[in-house]
Design a binder for this molecule. Structure first.
Ligand SMILES: [Zn+2]
Length: 135
């Protein structure tokens, strides 16, 4: 009896609750749905959607046309979705990551995000925004 007990106990204690697995998921809300064609080359989609913020290729803030880099309005995990949904702008390197650039100013960043949100919602609606960006 006792030995059966202990052998049973032996089996379970392996701590296989896999709490780690739950952490790993890349939080992919599959924004790629239906757009698998984007997956080319290096795995990172090129300017997949035109910016909903501007039409011309010039700095969104200064209007300059040199030294432009693409700034994704929603960075990090939402960067890719930003790219695919046109939530990005052209900025000069200085306006981007310079001392007074958007990446140095949380306020500037928020303003851009707020403006982009307005435009996105006007185009696709709030539900879509939540679907694409999570919040
Ligand atoms: Zn940026």
């Amino acid at each position: 009896m006792l030995s059966t007990y202990s052998s049973l106990k032996r089996r379970t204690p392996l701590k296989t609750k896999t709490p780690l697995k739950a952490k790993t998921p890349l939080k992919r809300k599959t924004p790629l749905a239906g757009k698998s064609a984007l997956k080319r080359g290096k795995g990172y989609a090129k300017p997949s959607a035109p910016s909903i913020m501007q039409e011309e290729k010039r700095c969104y803030l200064t209007g300059k046309t040199e030294n432009l880099v693409k700034h994704h309005i929603y960075p990090g995990a939402r960067r890719k979705a930003s790219d695919e949904w046109g939530c990005w702008v052209w900025l000069t390197a200085a306006a981007h990551t310079g001392a007074a650039g958007v990446h140095s100013s949380a306020e500037r960043m928020r303003e851009l995000q707020a403006e982009c949100y307005r435009r996105f919602v006007a185009l696709y609606g709030v539900d879509k925004f939540v679907e694409v960006f999570g919040h």
